[in-house]
Design a protein. Structure first.
Lengths: 259, 271, 237
């Protein structure tokens, strides 16, 4: 009997060790499980495509990591990271003080202004006065949710929160919203699509670094400095050797890295 | 086995046989210790800030529950009835309605209603000048419709059985007394069928309560949505969800107790 | 509408293949979760009927809590907590963290929820067996395991099948809730396809048809199983 227990324990330990070893090379990269063009979107092959997919491939190749895309619901992406369902987040996640309390970030890898779009037929500015009495849509768990709550609500505008950016855009096209606030680059992709014909850019909002953050970084668990160093080195390397600019040209005619 | 509408055993709260048996006291002490640990070691400082919003959310959940359940139940009566009496085409329609609603996930129905119709609004901007637009523009009518249809379909199935199960003799007796068809329906058939369907109502209402949080995915603010907001604002994973589970547990307990009280007041003489 | 059908074709640029892959994931989840729930249910039902007072009370707490809290909330709680707890236990035991795939986590979640309902269905079915049958088995000298295998389980089946059939239907529909945590099952891939192409109506209707096909096929199979299990029994009015 005793020997059986021993064998079992050994087998379990070996199995666990094997798993542990396999894990060392494999990094699960959390993507928001929704279309977010031009950064990450699923295509009809069931594959993920977009600028951030190219970015991920580039840094993972540079840092010699085996990266596996793991789609996670956007509103649970930080809990998924802290509860180890994923090992890093590449999802246009802005680097903010508030998030830094819970997770860690790499250096920034791109930057985007924040824009507000609305129906072409209505003229208003992306200011608290312009948005007075409007229904404005944002995606949950984003910096925009916080920004809108601080500057446009309560009392001024009615805020509606969506689980995915695409559904907020869709409700704007459907006429259920008067405005949507989001990353200007992502909004631009929507405005250029068929569904976005209804609407145009009303302007960029006044910056507030404390809320909107200073660029987008790779989200990492606190304390995993090893991975962080590797990622930061990789970002620096692909910026220096031209890989970054090469794949960025496929998507943008401006410098997405920003100042 | 007391079958709920979906053939599931109805939700029955544990009988409070004797809470004072020694092992129960020990178990209760263990649970109390776990709860105290949860209060002590987890983060609850967000609670005062979100308290009023949580109450509002609970209120919204209850409004959603009772409005959809009562109107859904009214709809279930004709759905059940036409399946027993005909005419054929109506019976088929009712049957298809029940099969489709019960055969697909409520979440999918909600998204189909809200975003599917939304994509049609995007194609036909003329709709925005119609008188219904102020309602179509908001989210709650879609949540209300989906939940009401769901309740009507499940309870409609129960009502079909209830109408079919009223003994023929009673209806024949009514006719023998010279009642017209409608009078017999109003005085005998309907009350007897309702009486038979009532025991399923408690279980169905609890199932309906458990379906309400889905409307939060189409931007309706209920208690689940408020808790989601807490989760996003505080980056806490478990505390808000545990509180939410507790809130639903209490709501279910209150519902079950209320139904038991009501059932006690309705005389039942048949076995 | 032809454009709509093109979107559904099985090869890209159609999304039909993606939807079918999602359906396959949903079925895996439903079958896995259902079987796990059944296993929990058999254990739970026997525990509730023949277990000691503490086990019985704990099972009561389990079935009461699970059946009173919305599945959506349970799924969120268990999806994150399940992995966390297992990894913390592993850490306590001195092992490195294990890698739990989304599928395993999903099956675990559906299984735990289903287990509570299975427990109640099976308990009711076991109680419905005429006690003489089990006593007769005992009188023939069958041990408890043998009596369970040869008498109790087969005899309770006809009573349990309607309830278990409903649980299967619920399992297939509950898998849709995993869309909310980002598991790529049918409802989520439908949402993604709809979002990427903006053809919301087409894709949600298509997914509805797929779910309906599963439901209808299931009810045909269930009817066959029921007839088989009821053979030799008087027809129930």
């Amino acid at each position: 009997m005793k020997s059986i227990v021993k064998t079992l324990a050994l087998a379990a330990a070996l199995g666990a060790a094997a798993l542990g070893a396999a894990q060392a090379q494999e990094v699960k990269v959390g993507f928001a499980a929704e279309p977010y063009p031009p950064f990450t979107s699923p295509d009809a092959n069931g594959k993920w495509v977009g600028w951030e997919v190219d970015f991920m491939d580039a840094i993972c190749a540079e840092a010699k990591l085996k990266c596996v895309i793991t789609p996670v619901a956007w509103d649970g992406i930080i809990p998924a990271l802290t509860s180890k369902k994923i090992d890093m987040i590449i999802g246009s996640l802005s680097i903010t003080e508030e998030r830094m309390k819970t997770i860690d970030f790499s250096d920034k890898y791109y930057n985007t202004p924040t824009g507000i779009i609305g129906p072409k037929s209505e003229k208003f500015d992306a200011t608290p006065e312009g948005l007075k009495g409007k229904v404005i849509g944002v995606q949950v768990s984003t910096v925009h949710q916080e920004y809108v709550a601080k500057y446009f609500g309560p009392g001024a505008a009615e805020v509606k929160e969506y689980q995915t950016q695409d559904e907020a855009n869709q409700d704007l096209a459907a006429g259920r919203l008067d405005a949507v606030q989001a990353d200007a680059i992502a909004l631009d992709a929507f405005l250029k699509s068929d569904a976005g014909k209804c609407c145009d850019l009303k302007g960029n909002v006044k910056d507030d670094v404390a809320i909107l953050g200073a660029g987008v970084g790779v989200g990492l668990r606190k304390g995993e400095t090893d991975l962080k160093t590797k990622i930061n080195a990789a970002i620096k390397a692909i910026r220096a050797n031209g890989t970054y600019d090469k794949f960025s040209k496929k998507y943008f005619d401006f410098d997405v890295y920003g100042g | 086995m007391s079958d709920g509408l979906s053939g599931l055993p109805l939700y029955v709260a544990p009988k409070a046989r004797s809470l004072l048996e020694p092992h129960r006291l020990v178990l209760m002490a263990v649970f109390a210790a776990i709860i105290l640990c949860a209060i002590w070691f987890m983060r609850w400082d967000w609670l005062p800030k979100y308290g009023p919003r949580l109450l509002y959310g609970v209120w919204q959940t209850l409004v959603m529950l009772f409005s959809t359940a009562s109107i859904g139940f009214l709809l279930a009566i004709p759905i059940g009835l036409v399946q027993v009496t005909g005419p054929r085409p109506l019976a088929w329609l009712a049957r298809i309605f029940c099969t489709v609603i019960r055969g697909t996930p409520l979440l999918l129905q909600l998204w189909l209603l809200y975003y599917g119709l939304g994509s049609i609004f995007a194609q036909y901007p003329e709709l925005r000048s119609s008188v219904f637009w102020p309602y179509l523009r908001q989210a709650w009518p879609y949540g209300f419709t989906a939940l009401m249809f769901s309740f009507a379909a499940y309870e409609g199935e129960v009502m079909r059985g209830a109408f079919a199960g009223v003994p023929r003799g009673e209806l024949e007796a009514a006719r023998a007394f010279g009642m017209r068809r409608f009078t017999a329906f109003r005085r005998i058939w309907l009350p007897r069928a309702l009486h038979r369907a009532l025991p399923t109502l408690a279980g169905e209402t609890v199932l309906q309560l458990k379906a309400t949080p889905l409307v939060a995915t189409i931007t309706v603010i209920d208690v689940y949505a408020v808790i989601s907001k807490v989760r996003q604002d505080t980056y806490l994973t478990y505390e808000p969800l545990l509180l939410l589970a507790l809130i639903y547990l209490c709501l279910t307990a209150v519902l079950v107790a209320a139904f038991r009280f009501l059932e006690g007041r309705i005389p039942t003489r048949e076995a | 509408m032809p454009a709509g059908f093109q979107l559904l074709s099985l090869t890209p640029p159609g999304w039909g293949g993606v939807l079918l892959a999602g359906l396959f994931a949903s079925l895996q989840l439903a079958i896995g979760g259902y079987l796990l729930g059944l296993a929990i249910g058999v254990g739970g039902a026997f525990g509730k009927l023949y277990g000691g007072p503490i086990l019985r009370d704990l099972l009561e707490v389990y079935t009461t809590v699970i059946r009173a809290v919305p599945e959506l909330v349970l799924i969120l709680l268990l999806y994150y907590a399940g992995t966390d707890i297992i990894n913390q236990l592993m850490a306590l035991a001195g092992f490195p963290a294990v890698d739990i795939s989304g599928l395993v986590a999903g099956i675990f979640v559906i299984g735990v929820v289903q287990g509570a309902y299975s427990t109640e269905v099976l308990r009711g079915a076991i109680k419905a067996i005429p006690s003489g049958q089990v006593e007769a088995a005992r009188a023939y000298g069958m041990g408890p395991i043998l009596a369970l295998r040869r008498v109790t389980l087969p005899a309770m089946l006809p009573y349990a099948i309607p309830g278990l059939a409903n649980l299967w239907m619920i399992a297939t529909k509950d898998t849709a809730l995993l869309a909310v945590v980002g598991f790529s099952e049918l409802t989520l891939v439908t949402r993604q396809a709809a979002g990427a192409t903006k053809a919301y109506m087409t894709f949600y209707l298509a997914a509805g048809v797929l779910y309906l096909v599963v439901t209808l096929a299931s009810s045909v199979i269930i009817a066959l199983i029921e007839r088989h299990a009821r053979r030799g029994m008087p027809r129930m009015g």
